[in-house]
Ligand binder design. Structure first.
Ligand code: SF4
Length: 199
C-alpha cells in the first residue's frame, strides 16, 4: 500500500461537506430509555424524525435530559407544579448555560441553529405545552412500597461531607413521619424516649 503524501495544499483542497445547520433535540428523541416510566413510544431512537432531519442535511445536537439526571430513569411522571422548585430551576439553568455555550459558538462562527426540538406535554422540555396534575401526579397505580434499612440520599451526603471535613458526625435519628403504619402518638413516644437518651 502506498503512503499518501499529506501536504498543506492537499488538506486545503479537502472538501468540507458540513451544512452549518444544527437542530438541538430533546434527549429522549434519541434515547427513549430516559423517558418517565410507561411513556416511551419507541424502543430507542425516534428514527422517523431523525430521517426527516437528515434529509435536510442538518446536524443534531442532543440536549441533556434534566429529569433523568435529577431523578434517574425509574421515575414516574409529575406535573410542572411538582417539578417547580428553586433547586430544579437552578439545576436546569446550569444545564441550559452549557447548551447556550454551544449555541454561542455556532453563532460566532455563522452557523445556523435551525431550531430546538422539545417535547410538548413534558414538564421539563415542553415548548408549547407542559403539564399540570391537580393532585401532583407521580402515582399512576398502586405501587408496592417497602422500607429499606438505609439512610436517604441527603443524609448519606451529609455524613459523607462531615467525614470528608473530619468533623464529628452527630447522632442521628429519624421521626417516623413517612412510615405509614406509625401513629403520631407512637412517633412522639419514640422521640421522647430517644431524646431522653441523648441529651
Ligand atoms: S425531561 Fe425532556 S429529555 Fe428528558 S425524558 Fe422528559 S422530555 Fe425527554
Amino acid at each position: 500500500m502506498k503512503d499518501e503524501a499529506v501536504t498543506t495544499e492537499s488538506l486545503n483542497n479537502l472538501e468540507d461537506m458540513r451544512s452549518k445547520k444544527i437542530i438541538f433535540v430533546c434527549n429522549c428523541l434519541l434515547n427513549s430509555n430516559n423517558k418517565v416510566m410507561e411513556r416511551a413510544r419507541y424502543p430507542g431512537i425516534f428514527s422517523d424524525v431523525v430521517k426527516i432531519i437528515d434529509s435536510f442535511g442538518i446536524g443534531i445536537m442532543q440536549l441533556p435530559c434534566p429529569e433523568m439526571l435529577y431523578s434517574g430513569c425509574q421515575r414516574y411522571w409529575g406535573g410542572k407544579n411538582v417539578f417547580e422548585s428553586a433547586g430544579y430551576r437552578k439545576f436546569c439553568r446550569t444545564l441550559a448555560a452549557q447548551v447556550a455555550d454551544y449555541m454561542e459558538n455556532y453563532h460566532m462562527a455563522g452557523y445556523q441553529v435551525v431550531c430546538v426540538l422539545g417535547c410538548d406535554g413534558s414538564p421539563t422540555c415542553g415548548v408549547h405545552f407542559t403539564n399540570h396534575y391537580e393532585n401532583g401526579g407521580g402515582r399512576p397505580k398502586a405501587i408496592q412500597r417497602s422500607l429499606l434499612e438505609e439512610p436517604g440520599i441527603f443524609i448519606e451526603e451529609l455524613k459523607r461531607e462531615l467525614e470528608a471535613r473530619n468533623l464529628p458526625v452527630p447522632k442521628m435519628d429519624g421521626l417516623g413521619m413517612d412510615i405509614m403504619a406509625k401513629s403520631t402518638d407512637e412517633i412522639l413516644a419514640d422521640f421522647k424516649a430517644y431524646i431522653a437518651q441523648v441529651v
